[in-house]
Design a protein. Structure first.
Length: 290
């Protein structure tokens, strides 16, 4: 797929691709295809919020290469799609799609400037605050959720649904398109993600998670991101990916049982924990062992 000719559109598409750690405009476009397939409103929200994040970065003269890589688009995009998932898309919700996108970009910049790798944490924090606001302080009707078709015979479809749930899409089609989007940029990352998604589903069942939730990929999407984050050609990469997937499932199951809104917190927590241990372990035991 040829790169987009328009610089701003290219940057926005890269921002969408960065949702799964892929700096690729074509990947972002395929993500949009999957999102629009599931919900036109979500697709519009993804474009609007990613654009707002990018515009914020440009207006405030954030580092140009970082902006062009899409680093100020992925958290805002997730905020926008999440709000349309949780709430009826009335005017005030669309207003907060924009406000949330700007806030996520500003928060992302603070972490980048201070060299703190937090991945999608700005999206998580901003979305949690807005959800609290709309549920407690200024009640908004929840969105009408149409559950995707589900069979108790899991097969392997839940692994692709796990890919789709990274951007709140529960269909196998969206998951397959998202997988393809990652694959065209990094086949290794895509395969790691699919393996992580499958493993997470099996582990979630072992932890007695509800079969329907597992089948919909709700315990797999954080694992997809963990596996992609640690993907690589070496055996040590596989080890760290495996560990991060296990940790993410533990967080996912615990948050589910306490009825906490997960978003991508299990991914961020698991990845940051593994990176911290990895950075301590490598100097202590030597690079050849890890």
């Amino acid at each position: 797929m040829a790169p987009i000719k328009f610089p701003f559109a290219n940057t926005v598409s890269r921002g969408l691709g960065q949702i799964m750690l892929q700096e690729n405009a074509a990947t972002g476009l395929l993500f949009l295809v999957g999102i629009f397939y599931g919900s036109i409103s979500m697709g519009i929200a993804a474009i609007l919020s990613a654009s707002c994040g990018t515009i914020t970065a440009r207006l405030l003269a954030f580092d140009r290469p970082e902006t062009q890589k899409g680093l100020y688009g992925f958290s805002p995009a997730l905020v926008g799609v999440a709000l349309i998932l949780f709430f009826e898309p009335v005017f005030v919700v669309w207003l907060f799609v924009i406000i949330g996108a700007v806030a996520a970009a500003l928060l992302q910049h603070w972490f980048i400037k201070n060299k703190i790798p937090v991945f999608t944490l700005p999206f998580i924090l901003v979305t949690w605050v807005i959800i609290y606001f709309f549920q407690i302080l200024y009640p908004i009707a929840p969105a009408v959720v149409l559950s995707p078709e589900f069979s108790s015979n899991l097969g392997f479809t839940f692994a692709f649904r796990g890919f789709g749930q990274v951007i709140f899409q529960g269909s196998v089609f969206a998951g397959a398109v998202f997988f393809l989007g990652v694959f065209i940029h990094s086949p290794m990352s895509a395969l790691y993600g699919l393996a992580g998604s499958g493993l997470a589903g099996v582990l979630a069942l072992w932890f007695s998670a509800p079969v329907e939730a597992v089948g919909l990929g709700l315990f797999s999407y954080n694992a997809v991101l963990c596996a992609i984050a640690f993907s690589g050609n070496g055996a040590k990469d596989g080890v760290w990916a495996l560990i991060s997937v296990i940790v993410s499932v533990i967080f996912s199951v615990a948050m589910y049982r306490y009825e906490l809104i997960q978003l991508t917190f299990p991914f961020v927590a698991a990845t940051c924990i593994c990176l911290a241990v990895k950075n301590i372990a490598i100097p202590a035991f030597g690079r050849h062992n890890f």
